[in-house]
Design a protein around this ligand. Structure first.
Ligand SMILES: C[S@@+](CC[C@H](N)C(=O)[O-])C[C@H]1O[C@@H](n2cnc3c(N)ncnc32)[C@H](O)[C@@H]1O
Length: 363
């Protein structure tokens, strides 16, 4: 079993901060370079793809840089304040990076073919598509086999890191402080009896962060994709601490008893759901949360809170296959949460993400 290195023990603070900033800067440079090359290639092979997006103004790019700087500062401060160990800031799937980065390039001709043929529901004939909701059977982000193959699961984390210029984990970590605050509602319980569920856990990146921040609590994860759950199981087995319990399930029908969890998180799921499914996932989260429990949702920013980034929000579904994103950006999740029975609904933004924190009332 391997755990992330304990930086606090041998790097002084001022060097650790520079190391963190350098690490983030190198991921950003890598992401930008990758996108520049792959966008150029895509435009050569599929010229119409080049006409689908609008360029961002220098002001927007400037604002984005400010937002990413703020995100990194908050991330650093949360580690300094003990919300999670500093070592989490440096957690990176290096072996997967070296093993699968070439596959990201090798997969591109298949992506171009699907873009050219407008073929967004294409799956290998060996993939069993029985039992999934129709809205799920899509090549989200033009991914080969959608969420339903080991290849897709192996490439996913890398693709997300590239998409967000290395800021994906820093955005995921923004759920930890509000979750810990929510769990403080249960001071009488020993940590082992605190149960937290990550809905649509994917390859387990959020669970990995949660394990680092809350080493003793009982963690659970569900996702519809067996391949992503296999990957999550592999990646979570590498770190110390009890293995989270993973289950394949539709988030619209969570396979748990009423009032079971003390906290629920969900990261980057809601923009991939059609509106009725968004409401149903919120209703189910309400059902399986204990009174006093907290739900934290992290997803893309929305039109109402980031008008400066409207062009970016328009470009995203135009460039990637994201059939429910446009509606998501105008959906009122606060209203949906209150409709389900949640109270004290609060939201905040970090970089290109938005976070909702909501409580299940005690009575
Ligand atoms: C964009 S990924 C996010 C994964 C992960 N939470 C993360 O932070 O990277 C969306 C995930 O939601 C899962 N998913 C989509 N619809 C679902 C549903 N109805 N029930 C359960 N999982 C679902 C997909 O299989 C995929 O793993």
């Amino acid at each position: 079993m391997q755990s992330t290195p304990n930086f606090e023990q041998f790097i002084p603070d001022y060097l650790a901060k520079s190391a963190y900033q350098g690490f983030q800067a190198s991921k950003k440079a890598f992401g930008l370079l990758h996108k520049q090359i792959s966008d150029r290639l895509t435009k050569v092979v599929v010229p119409e793809q080049g006409t689908k997006s609008k360029p961002l103004s220098p002001e927007t790019l400037n604002k984005l840089q400010q937002k990413v700087n703020q995100l990194e500062e908050t991330d650093w401060q949360d580690a300094q304040n003990g919300v999670y160990p500093t070592s989490l800031l440096f957690d990176n799937p290096w072996s997967d990076f070296f093993r699968y980065y070439p596959e990201v390039w090798l997969d591109m001709p298949k992506i171009w073919e699907r873009i050219q043929n407008k073929d967004y529901q294409k799956f290998d004939s060996t993939i069993d598509r029985e039992g999934y909701p129709a809205y799920y059977l899509q090549n989200f982000h033009y991914q080969t086999d959608g969420y339903l193959s080991d290849l897709s699961a192996n490439l996913y984390d890398l693709q997300v890191e590239i998409l967000f210029n290395g800021a994906a984990d820093a955005m995921r970590r923004r759920i930890i402080a509000p979750l810990k605050q929510g769990l403080a509602e249960f001071p009488h319980l020993p940590p082992q009896q605190i149960k937290v569920l990550d809905v649509a856990c994917g390859t387990g990146r959020t669970l990995r962060m949660l394990r680092g921040a809350l080493p003793k609590i009982s963690l659970f994860g569900t996702d519809l994709s067996p391949a992503y759950l296999r990957k999550a199981n592999q990646l979570l087995s590498e770190i110390s601490g009890e293995l989270p319990q993973l289950l394949q399930a539709n988030a619209e029908e969570l396979p748990y008893l009423d009032n079971y969890f003390h906290g629920i998180t969900s990261v980057f799921l809601f923009h991939e759901l059609p509106p009725p499914a968004r409401q149903q996932v919120i209703n189910e989260s309400f059902r399986v949360l204990q009174p006093g429990g907290t739900l934290i949702i992290c997803d893309s920013m929305q039109a109402m809170d980031s008008p400066d980034f409207q062009t970016m929000m328009d470009n995203f579904p135009a460039m990637f296959h994201e059939p429910y994103y446009r509606h998501y950006t105008t959906d009122n999740l606060q209203q949906r949460l209150e409709k389900a029975g949640f109270i004290d609904v609060q939201s905040e933004n970090h970089f290109v993400s938005k976070y909702w924190t909501a409580k299940k009332p005690i009575s």
